[in-house]
Design a protein around this ligand. Structure first.
Ligand code: NA7
Length: 554
């Protein structure tokens, strides 16, 4: 038995796990309602994803004016974003500014990993234990544990004997990595790889890119913030925020309402070019059926391949970089700067590790089935145990000893992505079964936090003790999440982290909800307004005595 000094800190109304964008807003919002809240954060700083993903070139692929909190008008008016798409350091500055501005820091405990979360029926409370043996008790547990927060390093044999340095994109050293004059290898060409590769190529002596699956990488078309754009956004923020909340993906990117089938081939090409120039994820809004109609998607895919051929000088390299396996966008579309151009540099080599698989790491570098590559630095841009990784590791224990990891053994089960049957008063922010990674995360985070705050207020003002998902409602929701995904081209390509397929042994189940942010928001709002249909409410009094009184009363 470990010799912990047990400090029991009772009396919290809510404990929030994680101090990223979700945890910070949950803290702000619940404190505003008069709750006593503690945030426990494993990292040595706040910011979550934006704290840990410090690799060169890390940048958001949603425009900065959109990817920001809307809850405080002075904040959104006063904060100045310097670029169209914010870099990781700028977003981290923003998160820290928010924490200071709203005096949140004193309620956040850093360097504190929650190692267990157990619900006790008798106390109607969650007990959370930290890695240093501290114990926190609270009525409500809010899991703001992140959706891309568990880095995935492949179990590559020999890594322990590698004599160089190695890093994962999602756990990059705070003070950076100096690659000048070095031979650098990057494994992985998803969003992280395609962002870091151009910068590493500029600094390193030599860069070897190990690509297993070519991915589509749109030019971000990033640029310094245009003062006219900023002024226009700030003048119309209320309308823009409302638009984002009611949109398909939680942001202001204007979607073409036309079907690709209703226009001529020339018009389709013109629209693809328009979207290429708009940059990044705009391509996915080219036609309303780009993700449901194979022909329209094929044409868009071919358009992007033609762009790759026009950029990359060596035809063989261009062909290797051209995705052939998946419909455009069914693997998360990348948004980068100078990605394809980088392969015209003399110091950059593309290695196709589908054709010649990586066999092992050797002390001097990486061995594929056909060659050895000498490396000083090896960068893993190999992704995350996404959406469920952090929660499964924490493995909350709910009613009657139910363990989340067991309950989710065949894939995550949630009602609306917010709650789980058997886990009373445990809320998940941007959980599986909600739009989450298929949206502007800040919009989804705000929607979830506000919904959770309202639910707590409803419980407290109606003398209710708990809320959790009804088993049948949960089952119905999961069916709906799958049905929606099956109506799209996502059903045709499952080798992605959306399905959990990147983690060996993880059940292959489509995890995010594709029904649209606006539709989803209207649904969860209606459910709340109508008395939380599909939820089990503990301690419910006779229906006539339940009011909609708005006093929080904790
Ligand atoms: P991703 O998108 O999961 O990309 C991981 C990349 O790493 C992808 O190219 C993988 O190839 C590659 N990979 C993973 N394991 C291996 C092994 N063992 N050998 C070779 N290549 C491998 O992660 P990112 O960090 O780029 O992006 C995650 C999300 O963050 C992104 O979608 C945005 O939402 C932000 P594969 O395609 O599996 O063949």
């Amino acid at each position: 038995m470990q010799n912990f000094e047990i400090e029991t800190s009772r009396g919290y109304d809510a404990v929030v796990v994680g101090a990223g964008l979700a945890g910070i807003y949950a803290l702000y919002k619940l404190r505003q309602q008069g709750l006593k809240v503690k945030v426990l954060e494993a990292g040595s700083g706040i910011g979550g994803t934006w704290f840990h993903n410090r690799y060169p070139g890390a940048r958001c692929d949603i425009e900065s004016l959109d990817y920001s909190y809307s809850f405080d008008n002075d904040l959104q008016q006063e904060w100045k974003w310097t670029e169209r798409y914010a870099s990781q350091p700028e977003i981290l500055r923003y998160v820290n500014h928010v924490a200071d501005r709203f005096e949140l820091r004193e309620h956040i405990q850093l360097d504190t990993k929650v190692v267990s979360a157990v619900f006790a029926e008798d106390d109607n409370a969650w007990t959370l234990t930290t890695d240093s043996g501290q114990v926190y008790q609270a009525k409500y547990a809010v899991m703001a544990t992140g959706v891309l927060s568990v880095p995935q390093v492949p179990s590559t044999t020999g890594l322990e004997d590698f004599t160089g340095e190695w890093y994962h994109s999602g756990d990059w050293p705070n003070d950076g990595v100096d690659v000048r004059g070095k031979r650098v290898g990057v494994i992985g060409t998803g969003s992280s790889g395609t962002q870091m590769i151009p910068l590493l190529a500029e600094q390193a002596d030599e860069l070897i890119v190990f690509q297993r699956t070519a991915n589509f990488c749109m030019p971000a078309q990033n640029r310094p913030m245009d003062p006219d754009v900023e002024q226009e956004w700030k003048a119309t923020y209320p309308e823009r925020r409302q638009f984002a909340r009611q949109s398909g993906f939680g942001h202001n990117q204007v979607a073409n309402p036309k079907s690709g089938k209703d226009v001529t081939a020339e018009e389709r090409q013109a629209e693809f070019e328009n979207r290429w120039q708009l940059g990044g994820l705009y391509m996915m809004r080219a036609f309303k059926d780009i993700l449901t109609d194979k022909d329209v998607n094929n044409e868009a895919s071919e358009y992007v391949r033609s762009k790759i051929r026009s950029i990359v000088a060596d035809p063989k390299t261009a062909e290797e970089l051209s995705p052939r396996e998946m419909p455009l966008g069914t693997k998360r579309l990348c948004s980068g700067t100078g990605y394809y151009e980088t392969f015209n540099r003399e110091n950059v080599t593309l290695v196709d590790v589908k054709e010649s698989p990586i066999e092992r790491v050797i002390p001097t570098g990486v061995r594929t089935s056909t060659a050895d590559y000498d490396l000083d630095v090896l960068c893993f841009a190999t992704g995350f145990d996404a959406m469920t990784g952090a929660l499964n590791r924490l493995n909350p224990v709910g009613r009657d000893g139910r363990e989340l990891r067991d309950y989710w053994a065949a894939g995550p089960r949630t009602y609306l992505g917010l709650t789980v049957n058997g886990f009373p008063n445990m809320f998940i922010i941007a959980g599986p079964g909600s739009p989450s990674v298929f949206s502007n995360m800040v919009t989804s985070i705000e929607q979830h936090v506000e919904w959770i705050a309202d639910a707590i207020e409803y419980l407290e003002s109606n003398g209710l003790t708990s809320i959790e998902a009804d088993f049948e409602a949960e089952a119905g929701w999961i069916e709906h999440v799958n049905e929606v995904a099956n109506g799209t081209l996502y059903r045709d390509f499952k080798a992605t982290w959306f399905y959990g397929a990147n983690v060996p042994g993880k059940p292959v189940v489509f995890m995010p909800y594709l029904g649209g942010v606006g539709n989803y928001w209207n649904r969860i709002t209606r459910i709340a307004q109508e008395g939380y249909e599909g939820f089990l409410l503990g301690g419910r009094r006779p229906a006539e005595s339940i009011s909609n009184s708005s006093s929080a009363g904790i």
